[in-house]
Design a protein around this ligand. Structure first.
Ligand code: SIN
Ligand code: CO
Length: 381
């Protein structure tokens, strides 16, 4: 049986021991990976980033510091906005740049020591000298790759929901940042910051670019809401509330412990199906961070194209598998176990991988193509 080739060469960060990092630092403490990407050439410049920030479907922000205050402007921006910015103390940030620029997406492979479905997106910032987004903490893990220029990062205290914030609801900045460590980053240096760890990065040169490889960590509140909707849509449980064994009421309006336990038991039973939970979680964790572009070939054209054109994972696509289930961009596909595993780690399929009838089912490849998870080399011609 022919299988898709594993994704592009397994890339390793330099000066980095993934097993030691996961055992000691991951989700615990910041870690500097000095020259993790030696001789790094930044895959994007300020002009590219400004171009993306003018696009309708792309999430972008400008943060400008004036004295002790930070101001937020949300994109998309008119082209001439960039000409009227001050010479210093501003930052342009663009989310999910890996969904638009292949060379930025390519950086994701350096983080293959973590599950693919944990990756959220790569945000890129361009910072004028002195620019920064203010002292803050994030709710998720992030690797800050210095793309170009120099940036001084200060690491502060551990934060949580009780941490005092400044009176600026748009920007969740800290009222009292206590610097505990400091690192000056140059191109190819990487700084890992765990969730809840205060940080503050100030550009010390022109053309300072930071690429933030961010990981997804849905809030339990959001997971509950999503699970409720998923379970409701599957209508797995026709059960309704029924009374436990009851006695005649003495307090007419009272909700008894037994009634509450009954409601709890019914709800637990409704979500206590491991298969359903797996389907829900796989779909939740593979939602895209940026919109997909559905393929335009019809089924016949697509099948013909498979004979002599490569297919690729589309930029921004998100994949995972569990057993025989493949999850892609928030959808589930049932495959054989080997195929689900192989497809969930692929980047590119050559015609030789897919023409033999006992390889990948063409109908599933076509669905993936139609939904924009796959693209075909023919589309680019
Ligand atoms: C930035 O790139 O300017 C901000 C990144 C961060 O602090 O998370
Ligand atoms: Co941050």
């Amino acid at each position: 049986m022919r299988l898709p080739k594993p994704s592009a060469s397994k890339a390793l960060l330099a000066n980095f021991d993934a097993a030691a990092f996961l055992a000691e630092d991951w989700q615990r403490q910041p870690r500097l990976i000095r020259q993790g990407l030696p001789e790094f050439e930044c895959p994007i410049d300020g002009n590219d980033l400004a171009g993306l920030a003018c696009e309708e479907d792309i999430d972008s922000r400008l943060i400008i510091q004036q004295g002790d205050q930070w101001h937020l402007e949300s994109g998309p921006f008119a082209e001439d906005r960039f000409a009227s910015l001050p010479v210093s103390q501003w930052t342009l940030l663009v989310q999910a740049v890996d969904a638009f620029i292949p060379e930025v997406a390519d950086l994701n492979r350096f983080f293959r020591f973590l599950p693919r479905w944990r990756q959220q997106d790569i945000m890129v910032s361009y910072t004028a000298p002195g620019g920064n987004v203010g002292p803050h903490f994030d709710q998720y893990d992030v690797f800050l790759i210095q793309g170009s220029g120099q940036r001084r990062w200060q690491i502060g205290q551990r934060c949580d929901t009780t941490t005092a914030l400044r009176n600026n609801p748009q920007l969740q900045l800290m009222a009292d940042f206590q610097c505990q460590q400091e690192f000056l980053l140059g191109p190819g240096d990487i700084l890992y910051i765990p969730p809840g760890c205060a940080h503050w990065g100030i550009a010390e040169s022109p053309d300072c670019i930071t690429l933030s490889v961010g990981f997804r960590a849905p809030a339990v509140d959001d997971m509950l809401q999503d699970l409720g909707q998923f379970v409701g849509e599957q209508s797995v449980s026709p059960a309704r509330y029924t009374d436990p064994l009851i006695k005649p009421t003495t307090h007419w309006g009272e909700i008894s412990d037994a009634a509450l336990a009954q409601a709890h038991q019914l709800l637990s039973a409704a979500v206590n199906d491991p298969r359903q939970l797996s389907h829900w979680f796989g779909q939740l964790m593979t939602h895209r961070a940026a919109p997909a572009f559905p393929g335009e070939l019809d089924a016949t054209q697509f099948s013909a194209a498979l004979a002599d054109h490569a297919v690729f994972l589309a930029l921004g696509a998100r994949l995972a598998f569990r057993g025989t289930d493949l999850f892609a961009d928030g959808e589930m596909y049932q495959l054989g176990e080997v195929h689900a595993d192989a497809l969930a780690s692929f980047c590119r399929l050559e015609p030789g991988d897919i023409i033999s009838p006992n390889t990948l089912p063409h109908d599933i490849l076509f669905q993936l193509y139609q939904r924009g998870t796959l693209t075909c080399a023919l589309d680019d011609e």
